[in-house]
Design a protein around this ligand. Structure first.
Ligand code: ZN
Length: 156
């Protein structure tokens, strides 16, 4: 199934986009006046991120992150923040579900994913799935305003 998607073109695109976003992450900054903050940690790889959201009228008005991680986790966080800005909370949660399906099954309903579809390639590298999903799990926890009693959110 994933082999259908993973033609050479998609693989090349995947590499280009990951390299670009990991070298020049978008929305990589601390945010003043955030309404939601959440820390995420992937112990398998050592990826750490701190996510900031400003929610206004049930919509993500702004999203940013700080932290240190591998190229895939940084690129994923960069693209996640780009993808969720302007979306409602329920749209963000749908996107989370599609993205999670994409990583775990190597395919998903592409309609809402846009360029996030390139992460289908991560499905072939199970060890990296947690790198790619870290920022999304952190987003989900932040949106649910889960109280962080046991330290940072960890990827499942
Ligand atoms: Zn990683």
């Amino acid at each position: 199934m994933s082999s259908e998607l993973l033609n050479d073109e998609l693989r090349n695109l995947y590499q280009q986009v990951i390299v670009d976003h990991s070298k020049r992450p978008r929305n990589f900054r601390k945010m003043e006046g955030s309404t939601h903050k959440m820390e995420g940690y992937n112990p398998l790889c050592g990826d750490k991120l701190f996510l900031y959201l400003r929610i206004k009228d049930d919509r993500v008005a702004d999203a940013s992150f700080e932290g240190q991680g591998c190229a895939i986790s940084t690129a994923s966080a960069s693209m996640m923040t780009e993808s969720v800005i302007g979306k409602t909370i329920s749209e963000c949660k749908s996107l989370f579900r599609y993205f999670h399906q994409l990583l775990t099954e190597g395919k998903a309903d592409e309609s809402g994913l846009g360029k996030l579809i390139i992460f289908a390639g991560v499905h072939d590298f199970p060890a990296r799935v947690k790198c790619a999903s870290l920022s999304w799990h952190t987003l989900h926890a932040a949106l649910d305003s889960k109280v962080q009693k046991d330290g940072p959110v960890k990827t499942e």
